[in-house]
Design a protein around this ligand. Structure first.
Ligand code: ADP
Ligand code: MG
Length: 255
């Protein structure tokens, strides 16, 4: 529920890392800002919005082989109109789930990663109703903690309204971590002390300019700076996700 906390960075590098490890991965952008497309220089003819509106088939919205084992369904600013275009549609929160409910998807992919926007809009609900698990990046400032609380209450609402979906929070992931700064320490304290913040992944993603340069050059951190501390942190995250389906969680002291 906050911009600039590292959602797209996590989605893109996680998805590319899974692909590089042999996991057949589909990355879906559900943020009309379309940053996934920019980050990976994806030029699709159609968007996730075209899929949801029924204007394009599932096959035609998937941009194949963007990277090794990585296909992408992009979004663009055209998707900003989706909420209004679908306002009269029944059960519109599950359109994406239904569009992706195909044997082809199950047979083709081992993992699906969704990038979301910083608000609880129709696309976000569609993403949360399709996903099994949520990773919530929290950058190291107190506004981001407030954003994370809002996201958690949005997820609780989804869990209450659609219990059969089984959506779980996999991890609260600290981002832009710089242990030398007061902001990082204050934010970590706030996360530690918040009873609603339970699945707190202690080792987050450190502040690392290479992530910004990588995105600007339309590359992943694995391509741009494989020896950087960001690549190291993303490897740790990737290993946690791969070795334990429920993510190796360091549960906060108060949980
Ligand atoms: N750990 C990090 N260290 C330094 N810069 C980062 C880090 N994570 C993300 N960034 C940069 O911060 C900006 C915002 O990140 P982004 O992933 O687009 O956030 P969001 O999707 O939440 O809006 C981008 O320029 C990105 O490259
Ligand atoms: Mg983003």
């Amino acid at each position: 529920m906050k911009g600039g906390v590292g959602k797209t960075t996590v989605a893109v590098n996680l998805a590319a890392g899974l692909g590089a490890h042999g996991c057949r991965t589909l990355l879906i952008d559900t943020d009309p800002q379309g940053n996934v497309g920019h980050s990976l220089q994806v030029d699709g003819e159609f968007t996730v919005g075209d899929l949801m509106l029924g204007h394009a088939s599932l096959e035609s919205v998937i941009v194949p082989e963007v990277r090794e084992n990585l296909d992408v369904i992009p979004a663009t600013t055209e998707c900003f109109g989706l909420e209004q275009q679908l306002s009269a549609t029944m059960q519109r929160e599950t359109i994406l789930s239904r569009a992706l409910d195909s044997d082809a998807i199950t047979a083709t992919y081992d993992a699906i990663v969704l990038d979301t926007s910083p608000s609880m809009n129709l696309l976000t609900f569609n993403a949360l109703l399709f996903a099994d698990r949520a990773i919530i990046p929290v950058s190291m400032n107190l506004m981001a903690v407030i954003g994370a609380r809002e996201t958690l209450s949005g997820i609780e609402e989804v869990q209450r309204l659609w219990p059969e979906r089984g959506l779980e929070v996999a991890a609260i992931l600290p981002t832009f971590v710089d242990p030398r700064t007061r902001a990082t320490r204050a934010t970590q304290d706030a996360l530690d002390q918040d009873p609603s913040i339970r699945r707190y992944l202690a080792q987050g993603i450190r502040q690392c300019l290479d992530l910004t340069y990588a995105a600007a050059k339309h590359t992943t951190i694995w391509e741009y700076a494989p020896r950087s501390r960001a690549a190291e942190d993303f490897s740790t995250l990737l290993n946690a996700i791969e070795t334990d389906n429920n993510v190796q969680l360091k549960v906060a002291a108060n949980a």
